[in-house]
Design a protein around this ligand. Structure first.
Ligand SMILES: *[C@@H]1O[C@H](CO)[C@@H](O)[C@H](O)[C@H]1NC(C)=O
Ligand SMILES: *[C@@H]1O[C@H](CO)[C@@H](O)[C@H](O)[C@H]1NC(C)=O
Ligand SMILES: *[C@@H]1O[C@H](CO)[C@@H](O)[C@H](O)[C@H]1NC(C)=O
Ligand SMILES: CC(=O)N[C@H]1CO[C@H](CO)[C@@H](O)[C@@H]1O
Length: 410
């Protein structure tokens, strides 16, 4: 809207001028006016809101044409101190002063393989899909290195061919391995994430021996790739913390028994592994301090959203300080237990309060030194206009969250 208003202003003052006022046009295809801005403003190339300017006929063009159309060149005088442009990352030292430990693993979730979870086995391209290599390239190009790849246990271990003890579906497994190899081939880390909430084929997984054997079978597929990270289970819930702990310990043992000894393992707790309830209602903090790994390379994966119910379904954040507040108790617990954390999912809306809240969360994490990594939820080709989508080129979180809240913490 800002841009439309400024265009009107620019048209009214169309006579040649020595310099252009703030928000006025100062360059672009077919532009012949002054390219010099008033004092205090800088001429910036921008695509912001450009699609709003397209005639409605253009908006009906096929996708590829519209993508071309929104690349129409346009430059605008912006206040030199403007921080809202999507063109360059916000500086990090002003946001988060002091000594910080950068994340070893920083990136995004890449959804797709877990979509359509009510249709088993489902059809590739219709019920589920795999992440796009171009999305991986985009984030690697910006300096991110870690991608969490959700998939479904019912698709890799079909109930119809022996269930969790049966052979893998080679078609689905090969789809998973293809994207994992693509990521690790680029030097990145691929987090292999059975996105099942500890429920398989409608029933809660309860057998530690079945879970251990399943992980031994899966880890064997990736044994030689040290850039694979094993995320034992996404968001168990409605299971006692102690039961989830036993299953996670069995999973660690299963991975290591496959000979996969170099890789990081992530364990998750009950109550959707929420950081905000880790030390309180979930009961996780009472049991997870005892996790044992013969290779001493395990971290506690937690998730945190910043909307009122912590579900990641509303773009409204509780406050601009809620990110740091919700992580504080978990951070202290990690420090006291000499454990490392990994924030496998964080997400919030593209608005000022949420951006400040995400910055506060990531700042606290880096200042504490106990968090190995963080991943935004989520990229992936099928999110559409979901407010947390960070899928390039124009997922909702690309314009502001990426440059202002994530890139400063690279
Ligand atoms: C294996 O996966 C493919 C691809 O999703 C699917 O078409 C096929 O039906 C699956 N096989 C079984 C036994 O589930
Ligand atoms: C942190 O834990 C204390 C009790 O241990 C609890 O009273 C407080 O509400 C927790 N903080 C948050 C933000 O959940
Ligand atoms: C991204 O751009 C495409 C093409 O212009 C458009 O159809 C789509 O709605 C946009 N997505 C978002 C989240 O803005
Ligand atoms: C917050 C969020 O997006 N959660 C999603 C986690 O992944 C599952 C499976 O894709 C979705 O159903 C949730 O909505």
């Amino acid at each position: 809207m800002k841009l439309l208003l400024s265009l009107a202003v620019a048209l009214v003052s169309a006579a040649p001028a020595l310099s252009v006022a703030v928000w006025g046009q100062c360059g672009g295809i077919g532009y012949t006016g002054s390219t010099v801005c008033d004092a205090g403003a800088t001429c910036v190339e921008t695509n912001e809101c450009t699609s709003l300017l397209l005639p409605s006929s253009l908006r009906l063009l096929p996708l590829a044409h519209r993508l071309f159309a929104i690349r129409i060149d346009y430059s605008q005088c912006q206040p030199s101190s403007a921080t809202t442009t999507a063109t360059s990352p916000t500086s990090s030292s002003s946001l988060c002063p002091g000594t910080r430990t950068k994340f070893s693993y920083f990136g995004v979730n890449e959804s797709g393989g877990e979509f359509g979870n009510t249709v088993i086995p489902g059809e590739l391209g219709k019920d589920y899909t795999w992440p796009s290599p171009s999305s991986i390239d985009y984030f690697v190009g910006k300096g991110f290195n870690t991608f969490r790849i959700p998939f479904l246990m019912e698709r890799i271990s079909p109930p119809s061919t022996g269930g969790l003890g049966g052979p893998f579906n080679q078609t689905y497994l090969s789809g998973l391995k293809t994207i994992v190899s693509y990521i690790t081939g680029k030097g990145g880390y691929a987090v292999v994430d059975p996105h099942n909430f500890m429920i398989y084929n409608g029933a809660t997984i309860s057998s530690t021996s079945t879970f251990q054997a399943w992980w031994k079978q899966l880890a064997a597929e990736f044994v030689s790739d040290s850039h694979v990270i094993f995320d034992l289970q996404n968001e168990p819930h409605d299971i006692p913390a102690a039961t989830v702990f036993s299953l996670m310990q069995a999973g660690v043992n299963g991975v290591r028994s496959a000979g996969a000894t170099s890789q990081l393992i992530l364990v998750e707790g009950t109550s959707y592994t929420g950081a905000w309830t880790w030390t309180t209602s979930s009961g996780n903090s009472a049991v997870f301090g005892a996790i044992k790994d013969p290779n001493n390379n395990v971290a506690i994966q937690m998730h945190q959203y910043l909307d009122s119910d912590g579900s990641g379904t509303s773009p409204t954040c509780v406050s601009s300080t809620i990110g740091a507040e919700r992580l504080q108790n978990a951070t202290t617990w990690l420090q006291q237990n000499n454990l490392k954390g990994f924030l496998g999912e964080i997400g919030a809306g593209s608005n000022a309060a949420c951006i400040t809240a995400v910055q506060g969360a990531l700042c606290e994490m880096q200042q504490s030194g106990v968090w190995l990594g963080a991943l935004w939820w989520a990229a992936g080709p099928w999110w559409g206009d979901y407010y947390q989508s960070i899928e390039p080129p124009n997922g909702t979180a690309i314009a502001q969250i990426l440059p202002q809240a994530l890139e400063p913490f690279l």
